[in-house]
Design a protein around this ligand. Structure first.
Ligand code: PLP
Length: 380
């Protein structure tokens, strides 16, 4: 569904219409030059052969070092598997652990791909609704109430796509308290880790709740933090048996990620702190602007984004006035009539909402928000 709106917006642009897109899921920045340069060098030096299935040793070591240094997580390089994006890491972790009939707990709003991945391996999704009053965060009570005998995994994503929130270490600990009495494994998707705003503190789940370390699969990647979506490099860090199972699976699925992209990823970890911070600051400024513009819209309620590059307002008070059935119709009408592309919340399990990505520059944000305001005013 997210891709469908982007594709329709692209078609309209190609037909000459001026479309403002708030639908993209990737940074609008170029990959930092030092990363590109290191891939060039790797290519000219002949780094064009198959590599080990779990990733090149230097990158696995560098990720292991990074996890200790930045996240306070102690994984050996053998416990780290480099993957074709964080997406493959999520899929492989689910494939490795979920048998047909096993239940996976997924708080909504959720990233579109999780339920599909669970279904692909024959697992059952148990979606746990959340509330805007709680900033769409999963609460311990709701988690406890959702657990059944078949529950095998909980998927946590912080900073969150599409919710734009980030769990505090205390909130993560409170969830871990509930999980303590179970044998549920946590898949912690931390791919937006570097994109946090205001006074947000990021914590890896297993660092906030060390007692869960042996039952946590930590996932991260280079796409969002380093503007490297097309390079397709991510990673998973897990207890050794799980990491080995994922590595075996991967050896038959992709043989391993692209060799010279892994060398570029190594450079990303070593040499780009300034680039990352500049992008983060730009996103922080946009987060504040788009939220301020949203709060000025009548009957639209929204939580200030503190992580990732999305904001997820509730627009359902407009459905009746517009004569639309839900978020899909809302987004289609918005695109057709106001030439602004957003993603329907139903794609993320919340039909009252729409997702706006602020991977767009300030001028686009201002113009897009002006258009939404004018469009809604016609139906007020
Ligand atoms: N996890 C979340 C929450 C995402 O939003 C995305 C991309 O949109 C991914 C994982 C996948 O990222 P990658 O490009 O590393 O596969």
């Amino acid at each position: 569904m997210t891709m469908a709106i982007t594709a329709r917006a692209a078609e309209m642009s190609a037909a000459g219409l001026d479309i403002i897109s708030f639908s993209v899921g990737e940074p609008d920045f170029a990959t930092p030059p030092s990363i590109v340069e290191s891939a060039h060098t790797a290519l000219t030096q002949g780094q064009t052969k198959y590599g080990p299935a779990g990733g090149i040793p230097s990158l696995r070591q560098a990720i292991s070092d990074k996890l200790l240094r930045e996240n306070n997580l102690r994984y050996t390089p053998e416990q780290v598997v480099v993957t074709v994006g964080a997406k493959q890491a999520c899929y492989e972790a689910i494939h490795a652990l979920i048998d047909p009939g096993d239940e996976v707990l997924i708080p909504a709003p959720y990233w579109v791909s999780y339920p599909q991945m669970v279904k692909l391996v024959g697992g059952l999704c148990r979606v746990i609704p959340t509330h805007q009053n709680d900033n769409y965060k999963l609460k311990p009570d709701a988690l406890a109430a959702a657990i059944t005998k078949r529950s095998r995994m909980l998927i946590l994503n912080s900073p969150n796509n599409p919710g734009g929130f980030c769990y505090t270490p205390q909130e993560l600990r409170a969830l871990a308290q509930v999980l303590k009495q179970t044998d549920i494994v946590v898949l912690s998707d931390e791919v937006y880790e570097k994109l946090i705003y205001q006074d947000t503190v990021f914590s890896s789940f297993a660092a906030a709740a060390p007692e869960m370390f042996e039952r946590t699969i930590t996932i991260n990647g280079f796409s969002k933090s380093y503007a490297m979506t097309g390079w397709r490099i991510g990673y998973v860090a897990a207890p050794i048996e799980i990491a080995q199972a994922i590595e075996r699976l991967q050896s038959h699925m992709t043989t391993g990620p692209t060799t010279f992209c892994q060398i570029a990823a190594l450079t990303a970890l070593q040499n780009t702190a300034e680039d990352v911070e500049q992008m983060r600051q730009a996103f922080a400024q946009r987060a504040a602007l788009i939220h301020q513009r949203l709060t000025n819209l009548p009957d639209v309620t929204s939580v200030p984004p503190t992580g990732a590059f999305y904001v997820f307002p509730d627009v359902s008070l407009w459905y009746q006035r517009l004569g639309v059935a839900g978020s899909v119709d809302f987004c289609q009408r918005l695109l057709t009539e106001a030439h602004v592309a957003c993603v329907p919340g139903t794609a993320f399990g919340c039909d009252n909402n729409i997702r706006l990505s602020f991977a767009a520059d300030i001028k686009q944000i201002e113009t897009g928000m002006d258009r939404i305001k004018t469009w809604l005013a016609k139906y007020a």
